[in-house]
Design a protein around this ligand. Structure first.
Ligand SMILES: Cc1cc2nc3c(=O)[nH]c(=O)nc-3n(C[C@H](O)[C@H](O)[C@H](O)COP(=O)(O)O)c2cc1C
Length: 187
């Protein structure tokens, strides 16, 4: 059975370059791995403990939890907004972090990559995402890193899947995450 990797994208815009990176990862997944791009983060209300009660969890949040619970690993794609993680991704992590100690990301390998316009490719946002998802219970794979600068210009005409360097980097990311799920003792 394939290793299931759930891709969450921290940008909602239709032309998002992070979304394009995730699309490329779907295409480039090696044999034995399947990357599923999660749709529906926009529909999830802001995390609210009053809603997070039996019978009260919004359907969109429950669907995210179910998708994460069914995945073997998560791959987060994030741009950087004002030096940090976009709210949409933080909100998803918050929903995935509860119930405390038993959230849907608990113990699952999680890698964070992405592209941003700035010269460092969004490393601050990626570091914040690693911190948050680690506190949420995910097993952050710290040494899987890919931060691509100049998103807006680099991918203006070229989809990341058609950029040979990026395609090779993405293939390596997915292959390594796949390998970690297959051989967790190696981490
Ligand atoms: C609200 C906002 C804040 C941004 N702040 C940063 C930033 O702090 N650092 C950076 O490198 N780029 C920043 N950018 C530019 C984004 O990195 C760039 O537009 C990126 O391509 C957005 O991701 P997307 O293409 O997946 O939507 C910002 C963009 C927006 C819309």
């Amino acid at each position: 059975m394939s290793v299931r990797i759930l891709a969450l994208v921290g940008s909602l815009r239709a032309g998002s370059h992070n979304r394009q990176l995730a699309e490329a990862a779907v295409k480039l997944a090696p044999a034995g791995a399947e990357v599923a791009l999660y749709e529906g983060l926009a529909e999830i209300p802001f995390y609210n403990e009053d809603l997070d009660v039996e019978g009260g969890v919004p359907a969109a949040a429950a669907a995210l939890r179910e998708a994460a619970a069914g995945a073997d690993a998560l791959l987060l794609f994030t741009p950087e907004y004002n030096g940090t993680i976009p709210a949409v991704l933080k909100n998803a992590i918050d929903w995935l972090s509860r119930p405390f100690g038993a959230g849907a990301v608990s113990g699952k390998p999680v890698a964070v990559i992405g592209t941003a316009f700035g010269q460092y490719g969004g490393v601050w946002a990626q570091d914040e995402a690693r911190k948050a998802v680690g506190i949420a219970g995910g097993k952050v794979i710290e040494d899987i890193k890919l931060s691509i600068p100049g998103s807006v210009t680099r991918f203006a005409e070229t989809h990341p899947a058609d950029d040979d360097e990026v395609a090779a980097q993405l293939t390596e990311v997915v292959t390594r995450l796949h390998g970690i799920v297959d051989a967790p003792a190696a981490v």
